[in-house]
Design a protein around this ligand. Structure first.
Ligand code: PLP
Length: 506
């Protein structure tokens, strides 16, 4: 079971609006296999693991920590070890305590975070020589600069036409809805503007759909592994993720999904069929058709997250899942985003479904916000209109970056087994041992930020896996990989090996 599910929310108190608590035994499970490789002190290793859980979101902020004595008992440690770890976390801003009341997780101020990461243990690199952090935790590209600049200039010129109105468009600006609808139609899914709702990124789209279709206690079917912020959104809704494994050879196993729908009667299913985050898997056309048929047979809404759909590298662009059924089916909700193909800084996404569903979702929107910024929507509409040349440029860069990363991994980490995705932004790497969190902590000390495998799973799964994006410039990627190799070679890579079965993923 998900240890954090055992967290209970308690009422507000003195300046803390939402507070969660986690029991000592649940916390021990969440910590996983944290114990220090030989030579590192237990307290330092415990501090590092807790810091990692806070930084990568597995331990939410404002969570009340177990009392020192209880945690020491659950971990079979001396109370001094736990007290030393808590002291170190307090000193670096990851914990705050009130005498007699307890300790809560928090994040230090941004400059302090980098300093805390650097100070968390001996770093083998001279900060004077190279003190920057290398971000391999986010699979996101810098903006398509030239295209965004010229789209922004065109959008500014069009702004006059909008300044006379109030500027609030709950469902999105007509120009952008039309451009998105045309893009769907060009990709093989006939769509009209009233079938599109513009959102503040795909993340808001996921939250909005969950609000509309699910409630506390409901089950939501997800792939396993899956996109972590979708898992967080499901938890935030009070719903429960029902994980269905992706299989090593084909990715999605329709029989497995069908059985899970039959056995658990989920409120909805959430899938990422195009260059799946994190595995990079691409769903084949038969499975797409099968999923849509399953949706129709069981009346289970299917939420298709197409955030990475425009990033095909070595295969033709995938046809949308929704195109495998009736184009106006209310049961398939397709989510898209400008973030991966153009730039995350635009904060524009969308939902496509039947027009009545779109109206229903728009009616829920004011509880979240009153629509996206007009200027950002105009910029995005221009970018979508010119998407072909941006796609060509992105595909060229990303193909080279993916192949470079694969060949560097072969040289530096011969025992690792990376996926070979046909699109998307990252590799999913089998490390050969359940040390992903350990490696993530060690890499931080070498100035490299990683997203550990368990971030993408339920119940701490995927300790053997690491997601590695190929989104850094080549020179920076090369430095990051050398640092990563230092972190890897410093690990006791046998720690915990053999304790978990290989996990079935692509
Ligand atoms: C599968 C998936 N869905 C949704 C999102 C969120 O996208 P946006 O930036 O549009 O909110 C991401 C971003 O990484 C993603 O990978």
């Amino acid at each position: 079971m998900d240890p954090l599910r055992e967290c209970s929310e308690v009422g507000p108190d003195a300046g803390v609006s939402i507070e969660r608590r986690i029991g000592a035994h649940s916390f021990a499970r969440l910590l996983g296999d944290w114990r220090a490789p030989e030579g590192r002190r237990l307290a330092a290793a415990l501090t590092d693991r807790i810091r990692l859980l806070v930084l990568d979101g597995r331990l939410p902020l404002q969570t009340r920590m177990p009392a020192e004595r209880e945690l020491a008992a659950a971990l079979e440690l001396s109370r001094t070890t736990v007290a030393t770890a808590y002291d170190a976390l307090r000193a670096t801003g990851f914990l705050h305590s009130r005498r007699g009341a307890g300790s809560w997780t928090r994040l230090p101020a941004p400059q302090a975070t980098a300093a805390a990461v650097a100070a968390s243990a001996v770093t083998p690199f001279s900060p004077a020589a190279d003190d920057t952090l290398f971000d391999l935790a986010h699979a996101a590209l810098p903006g398509s600069a030239d295209e965004i600049r010229s789209a922004a200039a065109a959008a500014v010129a069009e702004l006059d036409g909008h300044l006379g109105g109030h500027g609030v468009h709950l469902s999105g600006l007509a120009e952008l809805r039309t451009s998105i609808a045309k893009r769907f139609t060009d990709r093989g899914l006939p769509t009209t503007a009233d079938q599109v709702l513009v959102t503040a990124g795909a993340q808001q789209a996921i939250a909005l759909v969950l609000t509309a279709l699910s409630g506390p206690g409901d089950r939501v079917l997800v792939e396993h592994p899956t996109y972590p912020n979708a898992l967080d959104a499901i938890r935030a809704r009070g719903a429960r993720a029902v994980p269905v494994a992706l299989t090593p050879d084909r990715g999605w196993d329709l029989d497995l999904v069908t059985a899970a729908v039959r056995d658990t009667a989920p409120r909805l299913a959430y899938v990422v069929p195009d260059f799946h985050n994190p595995t990079g898997a691409l769903m084949d056309p038969e499975t797409r058709a099968g999923l849509v048929a399953l949706t129709r047979r069981t009346s289970t809404p299917l939420v298709v997250d197409e955030t990475l759909a425009e990033l095909s590298l070595s295969v033709p662009s995938p046809v949308p899942v929704a195109a495998h059924g009736a184009a106006d089916s209310p049961l398939v909700l397709t989510i898209g985003s400008a973030s991966k193909i153009f730039w995350g800084g635009l904060r524009i996404g969308w939902i496509r479904s039947s027009a009545p569903i779109i109206r229903r979702l728009s009616a829920l929107r004011p509880a979240l916000d009153l629509g996206s910024a007009v200027l950002d929507q105009l910029v995005t509409a221009r970018l979508i209109d010119g998407i072909d040349s941006i796609r060509t440029a992105r595909h060229g860069e990303l193909t080279v970056a993916r192949d470079h990363l694969l060949s560097r991994l072969e040289e530096l980490f011969p025992g690792w087994r990376p996926s070979r995705p046909t699109g998307g932004l990252s590799l999913w790497v089998d490390l050969g041992a359940p040390v992903s969190s350990l490696l993530t902590s060690a890499a931080r000390r070498c100035g490299v930020l990683l997203a550990a495998g368990p971030r993408f799973g339920v119940d701490g799964a995927f300790e053997r896996f690491l997601r590695l994006p190929y989104t850094l410039r080549r020179e920076r990627m090369d430095i990051a990989l050398v640092r990563l190799a230092t972190a890897w070679n410093g690990l006791d890579a046998t720690a915990g090996s053999g304790e978990t079965e290989p996990v079935a993923v692509v």
